[in-house]
Design a protein around this ligand. Sequence first.
Ligand SMILES: *[C@@H]1O[C@H](CO)[C@@H](O)[C@H](O)[C@H]1NC(C)=O
Ligand SMILES: *[C@@H]1O[C@H](CO)[C@@H](O)[C@H](O)[C@H]1NC(C)=O
Ligand SMILES: CC(=O)N[C@H]1CO[C@H](CO)[C@@H](O)[C@@H]1O
Ligand SMILES: [Fe+2]
Length: 630
Amino acid sequence: VFFIVKMAKYKVTVHTHNIATATTMNNVFIKLVGENGESKRTWLTSLKGGFYQGTASREFDVVCPSSLGTLVLIELDKQPLPLFPQDAWFPSKVVVTTPEEDTCQFPIYRWIMDKEVHLFREGTGQHVLHLLCETLLAQLDIIPCLPFCRITELKLKGYSDSKKNWKNVDEISKVFCCNRTVISDYAQEHWKEDEFFGYQYLNGSNPMLIRRCSELPANFPVTEDMVKPSLRGSSSLLRELQSGNIFLLDYKNLNGLKANMINMKKQYMAAPLVLLYRTPDDKLMPIAIQLKQVPGEDNPIFLPTDSEYDWLLAKIFVRSADFQEHQLNVHLLRTHLLAEVFAVALLRNIPMVHPLYKLLIPHTRYTLQINLLARAFLIADEGVFTKFAASGGEGMIDILKRSVASLTYSSLCVPEDITARGLESVPNNYYRDDGLKLWDIIHRFVEGVIGFYYKNDSEVREDQELHNWIKDIFVHGFLAQECTGIPQSFSTVPEVVKFVTMVIFTCSGQHSAVNSGQYDYGGWMPNTPISLQQPPPTIKGYKISYLPVLFNVNDIVTSNILLTLIILHLQVALGQYPEEHFNELPPCRMIEKFQTELKAFSETVNARNSGLPVPYTYMDPAVVENSVAI
Ligand SMILES: *[C@@H]1O[C@H](CO)[C@@H](O)[C@H](O)[C@H]1NC(C)=O
Ligand SMILES: *[C@@H]1O[C@H](CO)[C@@H](O)[C@H](O)[C@H]1NC(C)=O
Ligand SMILES: CC(=O)N[C@H]1CO[C@H](CO)[C@@H](O)[C@@H]1O
Ligand SMILES: [Fe+2]
């Protein structure tokens, strides 16, 4: 009797990612685990001495006495030679060809920096999950090592302790010399004009506050007589309110807060209410400003018919309030911190081979790093924001707390938000136009990918990992507040699609909309003062000489340095996926279609912009970052 001992031979190729310092010179070991058994831990002896960045290794053989069945996972570890240092390695994927001629992909895309054994699952589809027992699941791939980050130094020396005031506003332009943009020049030229003031609320760096006003707030007693000269023809405020031509900015988040001390000097913040009017020729003009929330004798309502300097003074206080509201609520909370919640929940709950991980991980790139930097350099005790912004320090915490209270699911979804704010038909609102189109493109892409993996609602309901993710977001990101409207679980496919669309939109288009215009509109500091050193006026009748004492000499320098940091170069544009997480054909096709739609949209935006005096580029997919990375 004969029997043939047939060995099973697996061919293994290891790919190292093409990024700086990804190479390892350490020894790498692999173990293959299948349904029917596991291989020996095998040393992948590299003839070239290491695994080099941007290359695939030669094919290694891993030989087993018999077939392992369907491959489920691999175990990887690396060990330094005696006297050699442990280095950091960034493999991208491992490809294994089985004796049955099947090709299995194990996506890795993370740093391996220690001697421990790391487990990676086969990358195709989620159904493999069901093969694994609970204890194995617990060891898998949640919480990766973070890539290295470079720390940008803030060079404030020599300016930050200056206590000088400006002699006149024009003197500021001498300092405002570097890092100008076409729009920052435009802002410098037009910042005093009402038309530019109004326009910024639709297309500037904070398009999130303006809303239609159909009834005056009780604490803003504007009368017909006050605004009569601003309205065209024989119209009345009442009629314009009813026809939807009146808009409101309400900075109530800033009410009653303690402003910062800067260089031992008390600073001031207003909490203004502003009424804007849409003129028959489609301009948005401010027609009344009240700088504090409680109406009264000492809280005049400023009007365009006041003296030039009274009116300008009122607008400067509004713009300074807008800096605080924009940076803390609109930018920090509603994009950076939310993106962090989505990223951490993903890393904590979703394994690498899960389609949700593959879909979202590129949209979380560098978010944790940039937020760590922001915590260390901007909002820490000695951070630039804490030291130099009117709302730095104590005020910041209060503003963030109040902002959290207004953080609802619908306010994060552009279509619902635009409707809730009554902006459907305002002319020249490019944030809305581009935002809605980008939302639709992202939605179609997400619908395709999610629909491919979840064939029906019961598959959604049965996916425990998906539920752990949304629960984590609800509890830790939204403090378990049901009134936010954030789902606590998903029961249908469309619910998942909508939520995932919101996540991708928030991390890409929305962040770009509120991030990229900061230098354009804030580089010329008087247009967006980070702090003011005089209280809001309680009477009218100010002279021009009052304006310069409002500003501190530091602020122009500080805000320029701050904002210069923000205009770093684009790294990965929206919809580009240099890491290949998906390896089935349909999702890869969907990515291509997504990219084609983004490109076409980018061309539309460019064509539109070429005819505009002030272009709106912030949601052009070609310049939208894939993730909150800056
Ligand atoms: C800003 O200007 C400085 C000095 O002119 C220059 O060194 C720096 O590269 C500029 N930064 C950007 C982002 O353009
Ligand atoms: C959902 O889809 C899966 C896979 O196609 C199928 O096995 C299951 O029976 C479906 N469930 C329902 C309730 O239709
Ligand atoms: C102040 C300002 O820049 N307004 C512009 C806003 O956009 C419209 C449409 O492009 C222009 O006509 C305005 O000049
Ligand atoms: Fe940002």
